[in-house]
Design a protein around this ligand. Sequence first.
Ligand code: GRF
Length: 203
Amino acid sequence: MTAVRVGVLLSGRGSNFSALVAGFERLRTPAQVVLVVSDEATAGGLERATEMGIDSRVVSPKDYPTRAAHEAAMIAVLKDAGVEWVCLAGFMRILGPDFVRAFPSRILNIHPSLLPSFPGLHAQRQAVAYGVLWSGCTVHLVDEGLDSGPIVGQRVVRVLEDDTEESLSSRILEEEHKLYSESLHRLLLVGWRIEGRRVLFDE
Ligand code: GRF
């Protein structure tokens, strides 16, 4: 099986991006990250890409007049690189309809809560403040909403009484790093279909 070409979109440090690359290697996933695209020139993930010998590009919204033009530029660099699947890894923007339609059912996101609880920013802070006993992380297909597409996988993390946003975030992050590659691995190797909000695997 030839490796599926994966593009990663990020805005920050890129630990999930690194974990995806390591996970594909560990699991022998037929997938290869061929391009990292950042909307932020200072994102740490860009340095990680360079260290790993993976091409990267900055596509900043500041260089485009509209959101649609910015997204069109990101679509163009991804398509030029032959990207088939897009993984959002700490990408701090909501994607519009043109982008979602450019990679139909081939965009994944990872979010640090058990969706649909605590979508949006500071999910771990929201979980601590709410007083939930369990949180975790979710990998889902991306639609035009905020953290709202069909769920592919989740991992659960106990919230401890003395947890802070930082301590909970770091335990959830450990699970994120395993869940993301495992989720794409499964999507690539097992048949699946979407029924309503559900991703159903032929297992
Ligand atoms: C992660 O917590 C991810 O779930 C969220 O943004 C954070 C990105 O962290 N979407 P990193 O840049 O992958 O280290």
